[in-house]
Design a protein around this ligand. Structure first.
Ligand SMILES: [Fe+2]
Ligand SMILES: [Fe+2]
Length: 286
């Protein structure tokens, strides 16, 4: 059963202007992870899946878990990639090569930035939900491999576009999953979706800062990037069904992407580039 009404409701709540503003203003490379709404994992059970076969939910969770898993490597990619272009963003999203090496030497946590702390809990949460819904823990072997990047400007731009598209795709997909969940399962999925919405808000603001206003140009870039990722992901799935094979879910996911983008676009119109420049410390990069 399609749950477009529920998807619309979540999006109008979580992508409203005040929420996106708060997401952006919470940008602090030295800050802590976003606080989650409390939910009890042990109360998650198959009857909480609504309007979707439990198998389909488990499939979506497993794909999401596999995509989320290589986050440690991504943090290094981000830290190194944004090192020169936007150092504060690099710090927010990871560690550069030198920072990672000295952390390793001192036995410090690999990455304690807010983005890392937020992303790190996603794969684990999905894995635990899969276990509750299917009765067995999913294998954590991962077919995804991050790319190697350098701090060159072209690499940083490419990295930004791929991260921005990834946050758009993950937030929209998790909104669909939350729309098919009730009770504790809904709360957990909503927590993850809200982390991704925060990341999307921050990266959309960075997009505006670097490329200026051009909503259709941005949309085309995001769609192109997402389609590339989607084709790549279809090839690297560990097995079983292909992504997008359930037409109803695919329709809902596309609907969520468009509804989210419409809201983000409206919000971006209210942003001021001079203030963004201050927020992301662009001067430091010049
Ligand atoms: Fe994530
Ligand atoms: Fe994210």
């Amino acid at each position: 059963m399609l749950r477009l009404r529920q998807i619309h409701q979540i999006i109008s709540e979580d992508y409203r202007r005040a929420t996106l503003d708060a997401c952006l203003l919470s940008f602090d490379p030295r800050g802590a992870a976003r606080v989650w709404t409390k939910a009890r994992l042990r109360d998650v059970a198959p009857p909480l899946v609504a309007g979707m076969a439990v198998d389909e939910m488990v499939f979506m969770l497993t794909v999401a878990m596999e995509i989320e898993e290589p986050i440690q490597e991504y943090s290094r990619e981000n830290g190194e990639g944004f090192r020169l272009l936007l150092p504060e963003l690099g710090r927010f999203m990871g560690k550069n090569r030198d920072e990672a090496a000295s952390a390793e030497l001192l036995g410090l946590p690999w990455c304690e930035s807010p983005w890392c702390a937020e992303e790190r809990r996603h794969a684990t949460t999905f894995a635990r939900i899969v276990e509750r819904l299917s009765g067995s823990a999913p294998p954590r072997a991962n077919p995804n491999r991050p790319r190697v990047v350098t701090p060159r400007r072209e690499d940083a731009i490419r990295l930004l576009l791929s991260r921005e598209a990834a946050e758009w795709n993950s937030s929209s997909t998790y909104v669909v999953m939350a729309a098919h969940a009730t009770g504790e399962l809904h709360t957990l999925l909503r927590n993850v979706a809200r982390d991704e919405i925060k990341h999307l808000a921050i990266l959309s603001a960075v997009d505006l800062l670097l490329f200026g206003r051009g909503p259709w140009r941005r949309f085309t870039r995001l769609v192109r990037q997402s389609l590339n990722e989607f084709r790549g992901q279809r090839k690297v799935r560990t097995g079983g069904r292909r992504m997008g094979s359930n037409r109803r879910t695919a329709f809902e996911v596309v609907f969520a992407h468009l509804a989210a983008e419409w809201r983000v676009r409206r919000w971006m119109r209210t942003l001021d580039r001079a203030r963004l420049s201050e927020l992301f410390g662009r001067e430091a990069a010049a």
